[in-house]
Design a binder for this molecule. Structure first.
Ligand SMILES: Cc1ncc(COP(=O)(O)O)c(C=O)c1O
Length: 413
């Protein structure tokens, strides 16, 4: 079967998919829903409900306050270590699951500037996810510095080309303390030149914070091998941690002793229950804790991470590339003629696990698709974002979803 526009072709890809069985490890009450938004909210792992019941009934209900000493206190680091090892190439003690990406961006930016005294400029991208831009502006203001913006002047423009080392290098000078960028662009899925940008920043003495929200769980990362400094990301997308699940923060162990947390909460203290008059930071990554963590939410993140760890990021990446390549093929065969453009890199090596298609009527099209049981994402101003989470998305979902889009466009033409 060689015709990608026949459903039998997609069925054959599903039949030979090495990760096909993982779909059965998730709760999927309605198999007819074509879910193409696993990069906004990942599906619910089947193991999560039992694990939550165990934490709620067995630990909270039965063991009450004793549960903090019986494991809850260690969860942010333990789940962090499992997440870091499976997805970030992290060494033990480098990853902490806590807070939100927004809060972790704030902590990481201040910590990075503290590590580079005398420098107050932050380099960031105009097309970056809003929260990162807002936090970068505020941190710069608090420190009497500024943000040097790179990328297209039009903030609505989707950067389809990956951010290059040259683009960043052009904005660097010896006042720049830190660069904040996404590994995978939230709109186009373009993968930045992480190694080249990190090298360029280090060459002038600056640090880099990588936002891995769309990268962790979709592409393999090896942050220590890249000599990265700090990284942040969420757990509700490809990690299947659940709505509002805590985010994570990673720091290269070489920075641990000097790092400061700008929100010096009691949970990041070296002796949490000493209740001392002064703040003294815990050793290592734990100092990035702020307040009391959610034991239930941490257990949920653990269940999602366990599935990715078992599947292996090599296999996840291979399927992600295959799924997005199939979507790009079908776009060329079916959708281009209706004025739909590809707003993601064509080269599978340069894009993550989502594909964005652009069309002036995207908002109405996404609504019409949703009415037909096909759920992609609308991304301002004109993007239809197809999140193809490798553990749960079938090739037939790509076929059926894009076929539904084609039918809608055909009716409009
Ligand atoms: C790239 C990126 N950064 C940051 C965030 C914000 O995360 P949070 O809501 O956990 O602060 C998101 C959310 O989708 C994101 O995609």
């Amino acid at each position: 079967m060689t015709d990608p526009t026949s459903r039998a072709y997609a069925e054959q890809l599903d039949a030979t998919d090495a990760l096909a069985s993982y779909r059965g490890r998730f709760e999927i009450p309605d198999d007819s829903v074509i879910y193409l938004d696993g990069n906004s909210l990942g599906r619910l792992p089947a193991a999560t409900a039992d694990r939550v019941a165990q934490v709620v009934h067995g630990q909270w209900g039965d063991r009450l306050i004793r549960s903090w000493g019986e494991g809850w206190m260690d969860l942010p680091l333990q789940v962090g270590d499992r997440l870091g090892a499976a997805l970030l190439g992290a060494r033990p003690g480098e990853t902490l699951v806590c807070d939100t990406v927004t809060v972790n961006a704030f902590k990481a930016l201040h910590a990075a500037l503290d590590l580079r005294p005398g420098r107050s400029t932050i380099v960031a991208h105009r097309g970056e996810f809003p929260t990162d831009r807002y936090v970068a502006s505020e941190v710069a203001r608090q420190r009497g510095g500024s943000v040097r913006w790179i990328g297209p002047m039009d903030p609505g423009a989707t950067q389809v080309e990956p951010v290059s080392a040259g683009e960043v290098a052009g904005a660097l000078n010896d006042d720049v303390g830190v660069v904040l960028l996404s590994v995978v662009d939230y709109r186009s899925a373009a993968i930045a030149d992480v190694a080249g940008i990190t090298r360029a920043a280090h060459a002038i003495g600056a640090l880099v914070i990588w936002d891995c929200s769309h990268a962790a769980g979709s592409i393999p990362l090896d942050l220590p091998a890249l000599d990265a400094d700090l990284a942040i990301g969420c757990s509700y997308k490809y990690l299947n941690g659940g709505p509002g699940a805590p985010a994570w923060i990673w720091a290269n162990e070489t920075h641990h002793d000097e790092m400061r947390n700008p929100i010096p909460g009691w949970m990041g203290h070296s002796d949490v229950f000493a209740m001392g008059p002064e703040y003294s930071p815990a050793a290592g990554i734990r100092r990035f804790m702020t307040g009391t963590p959610s034991a239930v939410a941490l257990a949920m993140v653990d269940c999602g991470v366990a599935l990715l760890a078992e599947a292996g990021m090599g296999a996840v990446r291979a399927k992600g590339q295959q799924l997005t390549a199939y979507a790009v093929d079908l776009h060329g065969s079916w959708l281009e003629e209706y004025g739909v453009t590809l707003a993601s890199p064509r080269d599978p090596e340069r894009r993550g696990a989502h594909v964005t298609l652009a069309h002036p009527d995207s908002l109405a099209l996404v609504q019409a698709l949703s009415d037909r049981g096909v759920i992609p994402d609308f991304r301002h101003p004109d993007g239809i974002r197809l999140g193809l989470a490798p553990l749960t998305t079938r090739f037939t979902d790509v076929f059926d979803g894009l076929n539904a889009l084609r039918t809608l466009l055909c009716a409009l033409a």
